[in-house]
Design a protein around this ligand. Structure first.
Ligand SMILES: O=C(O)CCC(=O)C(=O)O
Ligand SMILES: [Fe+2]
Length: 335
């Protein structure tokens, strides 16, 4: 179904990807990572620059990665288009793929448990995407007709991107390159979170998504082309992440923070809403296999750097409850 474009990725991806990792390192010289492309094998001049976003730690911008350079109908545009088509359907049509009251997959708004009152101004479609046998197709829209195929194509390319980045991050810490992937267990999981933020009459009072860090190893975020809204926190201040056409934003999630024993820090971020414009974003989440207990990798633990986190089993329900009450699992995991 997508052999020609897969081809492009495998030939292209290692050549033209740029990842800027800015991270606070302890015990590992910061010059190893800070401000240097972790991954850049290109001999030719890189046509794209890792643009725009300079303030943040633990968030990389990836551009020119072989899925972004097809012109107007690029894969990224196709994904945005099918999702926009889906969100503009009448609500009763979208509800054909609605999530169940206590489920996590499908289309809908998040329930707010108990007496918590801070609702997000967003609806979303959540899907398990990888491995294929975990997919629950009853939640995968068939309107527009190309939705499934386009998401399938995009996600299969992202598998390569995750692998390339995780291998590069492992190498940058002098670990065997498959270390992170291996620790995630097999199969590791990819979930898609298709966020939709309608215009909001009081954007000063609500969030599209409350401040949070992702429960992931890495999150690959495809942003809206027209309307920004993603903000990241650094040293107690919030920064807007600019829209960079054709770029993907890669966030460090809590699982990578734990696995790396705090070398990589999870990104604390939030999504804002707009009084007039509607916005979409697509977060692709890579997660350890649900059976895996996440803990710091042995090679990153030593006398000077004892384990900084307890073992954690990441469960969707727990993470969700933390999220809704404005807390972070990682804060409780920290020793
Ligand atoms: O909409 C955005 O830019 C952020 C989305 C996000 O943080 C998430 O889905 O976890
Ligand atoms: Fe997030």
């Amino acid at each position: 179904m997508h052999s020609s474009t897969n081809q492009l990725i495998s030939n292209d991806v290692v050549q033209t990807i740029i990842v800027h990792a800015k991270t606070s390192l302890c015990g590992i010289s910061s010059s190893t990572l800070t401000d240097k492309p972790v991954l850049s094998k290109s001999k030719k001049t890189l046509t794209s620059r890792a643009a725009g976003f300079e303030q943040g730690q633990n968030c990389f911008t990836v551009i020119g990665n072989g899925i972004t350079n097809h012109g107007v109908e690029s894969c990224l545009d196709k994904v945005r288009t099918v999702f926009k088509q889906f969100v503009s359907l009448p609500e009763e049509e979208k509800l054909k793929w609605k999530r169940e009251v206590d489920g996590f997959e499908g289309y809908g708004t998040d329930p707010v448990p108990g007496d918590l009152l801070v609702r997000d101004w967003s609806a979303r479609l959540s899907l398990t995407i990888r491995p294929e046998e975990f997919r629950q197709l009853k939640y995968w829209p068939e309107n527009p007709a190309e939705f499934r195929e386009v998401v399938d194509e995009y996600s299969s390319k992202l598998v390569t991107i995750y692998e390339v980045i995780l291998k590069a991050l492992a190498r940058s810490l002098n670990l065997k390159e498959t270390t992170f992937l291996h620790k995630m267990g097999e199969p590791w999981i990819m979930n898609g979170r298709f966020n939709f933020y309608p215009p909001c009459p009081r954007p000063d009072l609500v969030f599209g998504l409350k401040p949070h860090s992702d429960s992931t190893v890495l999150t690959v975020l495809l942003q809206d082309k027209e309307l920004g809204g993603l903000q990241i926190e650094k040293d107690g201040q919030w920064f807007r992440v600019p829209i960079v056409p054709g770029a993907l934003v890669i966030n460090v999630g809590e699982q990578l923070e734990i696995l790396s024993n705090g070398v990589f820090k999870s990104l604390y971020h939030r999504a804002m809403v707009d009084s007039e414009g509607e916005r979409i974003s697509l977060a692709m989440l890579s997660l350890s296999n649900p059976e895996v207990i996440v803990e710091p990798i042995e090679e990153l633990v030593n006398e000077e750097r004892p384990p900084m986190y307890r073992k954690v089993k990441y469960e969707e329900t727990t993470h969700f409850l933390y999220y809704q009450s404005g807390r972070r699992v990682i804060d409780d995991a920290r020793i």
